[in-house]
Write a protein that binds this ligand. Structure first.
Ligand code: PMP
Length: 396
C-alpha cells in the first residue's frame, strides 16, 4: 500500500502522455477522493467536468450493476432497451424529437463521428476556432487549434480554417457555400473557460443557414448540466445540426454521443461508421441514471446557484491576484493577474483540493454538480493563502 510503489510502477509501465502523476487515488465518495496515503481531497475538478453526481453515486451504481448482471454487452448488430432509452432522452434535449444518436466511448470519438457526418454533405471545408479543443485523434486534432498538439502529427485531415473565437464578424468572413460545417465549443473549456459574447452562437446559426453549412456544437465539456442547463446552446435558443457529448454523460463511465438533427441525422447509414463498445447497455444505463438523478435532485439549479456562489465569494475576497471569475454554472475559470495558476493548483493539491490550470493564468473549477456552498467555501477560504505563497515564490 501507499503511493510510492504505484508511482514507481506507473513510470515503468504507463505511457506518460500527461507528465508525472502527482497523486495515486484509491477511493471516491461524493465530492471527495482519497489518495493511497489515506489523505482526503475535495474534488473540485470531477475528472474534468465528468463526475456530475460525485463519486460512487448509489443510483448510478445500482443501474450499472443491475444492467451488467443482466446483459453487459452485445454486438451493435442488435438493439437493447437501454440504448434506445438513452437515445430518446438525448434527442429530447436537442429540441428535435427526430434527432438521432451515434454512441461512442469518448468525446473524441463523438467528434470523429461528427467529422464523418460533415464529409457526407459532399463538402469538405470546416471552420474551427483559435483555442479550440476537440480531442487528440487525427480527425479531432485536425479541428483542434493548439499548434503544439498538432505539429508532430501533420499532415492531418485538411481543409480546416481557424478563425478567432467569439468573433462573429470573423465567422461571417469565411462561412460560404463551400463550408461543410462550423464547429464551436459554446464555452472553450481547455482554452481556460472562455465565454463568447452574447449572440455568438445565434449568429453562427444564421451564417450556417445562409450558407447551407452544418452547425456542429461540441458540448463535451459544457453539456449535461455542467453550466446549469442541459446544453448551453439550446438554453440560448440555438439549434445545432450536430451536437457532441461525453464527459458528464456517464458520471465516469465512458459514454459519448454524437447527436444529429434534420438533414444531418440522415447522413450516416449502414457501412459508413461503426464501434464495438459505443452504446453498449451498461454505458447507456449509466447515462440514463445520470439524466434521471440530475432531474430528480434539481442539480441544474444547484449548478447555477453554486456557480454564482463561487463567483461572489472568490471575487469577494478582493485579492489583488484575482482578476475575475468567468464561465457559467459549475464550469468556472478563476482568472489571475499573473501566470501562477499551475503553482496555485499544486499548493491546493498539497492542501487537499483538486483543481487544475488549463492556462498559466486560469484556475479551472468544475466540481460535481452536487457540491454544497460549505464545501466550496473551504476552498475559497484557503485560496488567498495559495495565491500569496505562489506570488512570493514567483517573486523570489
Ligand atoms: N471536446 C471538448 C470540448 C473537450 O473538452 C474534450 C476533452 N477535454 C474533448 C472534446 C475530448 O473528449 P475525450 O477526452 O472524452 O475524448
Amino acid at each position: 500500500h501507499g503511493s510510492a510503489g504505484v508511482l514507481d510502477a506507473y513510470q515503468r509501465s504507463v505511457m506518460n502522455t500527461f507528465g508525472p502523476p502527482k497523486r495515486v487515488f484509491v477511493r471516491g465518495e461524493g465530492c471527495y477522493v482519497w489518495d493511497a496515503d489515506g489523505r482526503r481531497h475535495l474534488d473540485l475538478l470531477a475528472g474534468i467536468a465528468v463526475n456530475a453526481l460525485g463519486h460512487a453515486h448509489p443510483t448510478v451504481l445500482a443501474a450499472v450493476t443491475g444492467q451488467i448482471s443482466t446483459l453487459g454487452h452485445v454486438s451493435n448488430f442488435f438493439a437493447t432497451p437501454a440504448q434506445v432509452a438513452l437515445a430518446g432522452r438525448l434527442a429530447g434535449l436537442t429540441g428535435d424529437p427526430d434527432a438521432k444518436v451515434f454512441f461512442t466511448n469518448s468525446g473524441t470519438e463523438a467528434n470523429e463521428a461528427a467529422f464523418k457526418i460533415t464529409r457526407m454533405t459532399g463538402r469538405t471545408k470546416i471552420i474551427s476556432t483559435e483555442g479550440a479543443f476537440h480531442g487528440r485523434s487525427m480527425g479531432a486534432l485536425a479541428i483542434t487549434h493548439n499548434p503544439k498538439y498538432r505539429a508532430p502529427f501533420e499532415p492531418l485531415p485538411g481543409d480546416v480554417t481557424f478563425v478567432p473565437y467569439g468573433d462573429a464578424e470573423a465567422l461571417a468572413a469565411v462561412v460560404d457555400e463551400t463550408v461543410a460545417a462550423v464547429v464551436l465549443e459554446p464555452i472553450q473549456g481547455e482554452n481556460g473557460v472562455v465565454v463568447p459574447p452574447p449572440g455568438y452562437l445565434a449568429r453562427a446559426r444564421e451564417l450556417c443557414d445562409a450558407a447551407g453549412a452544418l452547425l456542429w456544437i461540441d458540448e463535451v465539456q459544457t453539456g449535461m448540466g455542467r453550466t446549469g442547463s442541459w446544453l448551453v446552446h439550446t438554453a440560448q435558443g440555438v439549434t445545432a445540426d450536430v451536437v457532441t457529448l461525453a464527459k458528464g454523460l456517464g458520471n465516469g463511465f465512458p459514454v459519448g454521443a454524437c447527436l444529429a438533427t434534420g438533414r444531418a441525422a440522415t447522413l450516416l447509414g449502414p457501412g459508413s461508421h461503426g464501434t464495438t463498445f459505443g452504446g453498449n447497455p451498461v454505458a447507456s444505463i449509466a447515462g440514463l441514471a445520470v439524466i434521471n438523478v440530475i432531474e430528480r435532485d434539481g442539480l441544474l439549479e444547484n449548478a447555477t446557484a453554486m456557480g454564482e456562489h463561487l463567483v461572489a465569494t472568490v471575487e469577494g475576497l478582493g485579492h489583488p491576484l484575482v482578476d475575475h471569475v468567468r464561465g457559467r454554472g459549475l464550469l468556472r475559470g478563476i482568472v489571475l493577474n499573473a501566470d501562477v495558476a499551475p503553482a496555485v493548483a499544486d499548493l491546493a493539491l498539497e492542501a487537499g483540493f483538486v483543481v487544475n490550470a488549463p492556462r498559466p493564468h486560469v484556475l479551472r473549477i468544475a466540481p460535481p454538480l452536487i457540491i454544497t456552498a460549505a464545501q466550496l467555501d473551504t476552498f475559497t477560504e484557503a485560496l488567498p493563502g495559495f495565491l500569496d505563497t505562489a506570488a512570493r515564490t514567483a517573486a523570489a
